[in-house]
Design a protein around this ligand. Structure first.
Ligand code: ZN
Length: 346
């Protein structure tokens, strides 16, 4: 049966202007929306994002930081961080990016959709409680996880982060707790230079942060292999009540930040892999939110593959079962650091 797929989208996300040469450019979403209109208008439904309330925003962000973001509305053009510019309508996009993820969660809870993809900007996984960075202003998925915990008592949320950059702020937010299992694959020799193998959580959260440090030149099958082991294990053993994906596409080989040989095909396969595993535990809701992805052609191709997987186009597609040497090595490293906790390992 086809999944009911909701897409959070809004032209107000395009009003966050970053300057003509900034990689996190409004055209990223514009071209993605155009592709959806041309190719998926019958398969997906649009969800209009609601603004997040101040109270929900402050589940994660400090009041003085929220004020600082609001204040940018009065300025012509400014920077919240060296790499994170803000224009007069940026605050609105940021409010709607976090709000859009919460709107998606509410739609999933209401049973209107099986899966939602929040195609929002600015991205979120580097945004700390009191600080912007890495093009991120509010921590869209971090806020949504906190919201799910505080408002509805969720106790097991899995966040999978396949952006090429480590989601340092997502890790930091949930490092000491087991209500969120955060798994990221990324390079550690690029921004934010964090997310090493040995960072596995502390106290109650020990074992609930999983960092997979990718090697240069990694290929599609390597990635699928390691995800089958780690994410498959996480879904089957942790049994999340909600799965969220920090869906950045800057690992794509054509992206300016990539160090990999990964193609758009892999993102479709990772999506299928998550769908397949989650079906085995009674189909908890799935929410994807856009993070990075800066070469627009590669971004559009990657989002298309994810949507094809979600809407069942080109199905049935069998997941490749191939093991690879690099994939084995990464999985061995992951086990070395995590088997003592038994959170997701056999
Ligand atoms: Zn990124």
């Amino acid at each position: 049966m086809a999944l009911r797929v909701g897409i959070v989208r809004d032209d107000r996300y395009l009003e966050h202007k970053t300057g003509i040469i900034h990689p996190e450019h409004p055209n990223r979403l514009k071209y993605v929306y155009n592709m959806i209109d041309a190719e998926f208008s019958r398969e997906v439904e649009s969800i209009e994002p609601q603004l997040i309330t101040l109270g929900d925003l402050e589940f994660v962000h400090k009041p003085e930081y929220v004020k600082k973001v609001l204040h940018t509305a009065n300025l012509e053009f400014t920077h919240l961080a060296q790499d994170t510019p803000a224009s007069p309508r940026t605050y609105m996009a940021a409010w709607l990016a976090a709000g859009g993820c919460i709107t998606a969660l509410e739609s999933l809870r209401a049973g209107r959709y099986d899966v939602c993809f929040a195609l929002v900007r600015p991205p979120g996984h580097h945004a700390l409680p009191g600080r912007s960075g890495g093009f991120c202003i509010f921590n869209n998925l971090g806020i949504t996880a906190r919201y799910a915990m505080r408002r509805y008592g969720y106790k097991r949320i899995l966040i999978v982060d396949w952006d090429v950059h480590h989601g340092n702020a997502l890790q930091e937010l949930f490092y000491r707790e087991q209500e969120v299992l955060y798994m990221s694959s990324h390079y550690t020799n690029i921004y934010p230079f964090a997310g090493h193998w040995h960072e596995t959580g502390v106290g109650e959260g020990e074992g609930y942060t999983v960092n997979v440090v990718l090697t240069k030149g990694i290929e599609d099958l390597d990635l699928i292999h390691v995800y089958r082991g780690v994410v498959g294990g996480a879904i089957l053993r942790y049994r999340p009540e909600l799965i969220m994906v920090a869906a950045g596409f800057d690992l794509h080989n054509q992206d300016i930040f990539s160090r990999a040989k990964v193609t758009e095909w892999a993102f479709g396969m990772l999506t299928r892999l998550i769908l397949e595993f989650k079906q085995q535990i009674g189909d908890p809701p799935l929410l994807l939110a856009l993070e990075g992805g800066y070469r627009i052609t590669a971004l559009v191709k990657s989002v298309r593959e994810v949507l094809k997987a979600l809407t069942g186009q080109a199905a049935p597609v069998k997941l490749p079962a191939d093991r690879t040497v690099t994939g084995d090595q990464l999985l061995t490293n992951a086990y070395e650091h995590h088997s003592k906790y038994g959170v997701w390992t056999d």
